[in-house]
Design a protein around this ligand. Structure first.
Ligand SMILES: [Fe+2]
Length: 403
């Protein structure tokens, strides 16, 4: 999506004969919006339509938890048990029609190929590294990376070390915010990242192997399993604008100001009725009268979840690596009592967090219920012991340990 890429061999022009050892290769146009959106053209040794066996279809089951009360919530996730692989290990935490947000701490590695046939994915790698092997080539990843995988990409993980992901799946597109791009698509000065920060597939491996290969495809709100008789990575070359890529949260250039910068300054990706933002270490507001902590705010049209990645949260009980706060719509939120005063004179924050704001309400799962601390809503109550994290989205200061 970000810019034109080409790997391997492609013919001189589109849609002309392209042969290997005299055999005509199979050209596949993989594109969006009915041949008018971004696309890539791939050249296969075999037809990608060849299916030797249809295996079962598994409908996705979501176990919804409808809380008895509407309240701010805090989920502690770091201690979840490892289980499944990089796909089956995704454990849905919250969702709506625009986005599904899952945690994944796989205990094993997939022995099959996967393709999301109905949505784009963003996988935030909290822990671990490895290579996402894809039909477009290898996509190396490491902790702190967002792996952006457009729908239709066949892939499998080759992980190194323990893995922990925050996963977003959406029926819409994952895009670089429009206001970061000029009329021609180039990322402009002033945007918090540039093309050099975007890492497309590095190397294409054409696998020439017959056999039986399992491909699991997410379609129609479920998983259809296919068996094919040729290795799915049989592409000799491709070019275009559609491919998986990574962007490291550590390459996000924070925008600071003399006084408070609002959450959109942290935006990293645009989704369908949601945004993903990165809160990174940075200098804080430098006006002599600045209050370097978020103001109270009401999410009149959004739900806000923040995933705490790293930082020293030690002086605030309740906040830990892997914590998630959820501030649902209809309620104001902001710093706990006394924190605005205590924040004055603070000049920097070192914490790292990922935020997702959705414009439509989120449903919760029973898995989320098990992780809910049940008391975060009390943390603004003047006489209550302050033992929960403060929202930090507006400046990031609120989630620091400086207070
Ligand atoms: Fe907020």
């Amino acid at each position: 999506m970000p810019f034109y890429q080409r790997l391997g061999d492609v013919p001189r022009k589109r849609h002309i004969q392209f042969r290997e050892n005299g055999t005509l290769l199979t050209e596949e146009v993989m594109g969006l919006e009915g041949f008018t959106g971004n696309e890539s053209i791939l050249y296969h040794l075999q037809s990608p339509c060849r299916v030797m066996k249809l295996d079962g279809f598994e409908q996705i089951q979501r176990q919804e938890w409808v809380p008895d009360e509407h309240a701010h919530r805090h989920f502690t996730t770091y201690g979840i048990d490892a289980g499944g692989d990089e796909i089956t290990g995704r454990r849905l935490l919250m969702w709506n029609a625009d986005v599904e947000i899952s945690l994944c701490r796989p205990s094993g590695t997939m022995d099959y190929f996967f393709r999301n046939g109905e949505g784009d994915e963003v996988i935030f790698v909290h822990e671990g590294s490895g290579t996402l092997e894809t039909i477009f080539g290898d996509v190396p990843y490491k902790d702190g990376d967002y792996i952006v995988i457009p729908r239709g990409t066949t892939y499998r993980f080759q992980p190194q070390g323990e893995q922990r992901y925050l996963v977003f799946e959406t029926p819409g597109l994952i895009e670089i915010p429009r206001r970061y791009r000029n009329h021609y698509g180039q990322i402009m000065e002033g945007a918090p990242y540039y093309h050099r920060d975007i890492h497309p597939p590095t190397q294409l491996h054409t696998v020439r192997e017959q056999g039986e290969f399992t491909v699991k495809v997410r379609v129609r709100d479920g998983y259809q399993t296919y068996v094919v008789d040729y290795h799915p990575f049989d592409v000799v070359g491709w070019d275009g604008y559609l491919y998986p890529w990574t962007f490291s949260i550590h390459d996000f250039e924070p925008i600071t100001g003399r006084i408070h910068q609002p959450p959109p300054s942290h935006q990293t990706f645009a989704g369908q009725n949601f945004v993903i933002c990165s809160f990174c270490p940075r200098k804080l507001d430098f006006d002599p009268l600045a209050v370097p902590i978020p103001y109270h705010h009401s999410n009149l049209q959004s739900e806000e979840m923040i995933y705490y990645v790293s930082g020293n949260f030690g002086s605030r009980k309740g906040v830990e690596v892997g914590s998630i706060t959820l501030h649902p719509s209809g309620l104001p939120h902001g710093p706990q009592p006394g924190l605005a005063e205590r924040s004055i004179g603070t000049h920097e924050t070192h914490e790292l967090a990922v935020m997702c704001d959705t414009f439509n309400p989120l449903k919760l799962t029973k898995f989320a219920k098990d992780l809910d601390d049940g008391k975060y809503w009390r943390s603004w109550y003047e006489n209550a012991q302050v033992d929960a994290p403060v929202d930090g989205d507006a400046t990031g200061a609120g989630l620091t340990s400086h207070f």
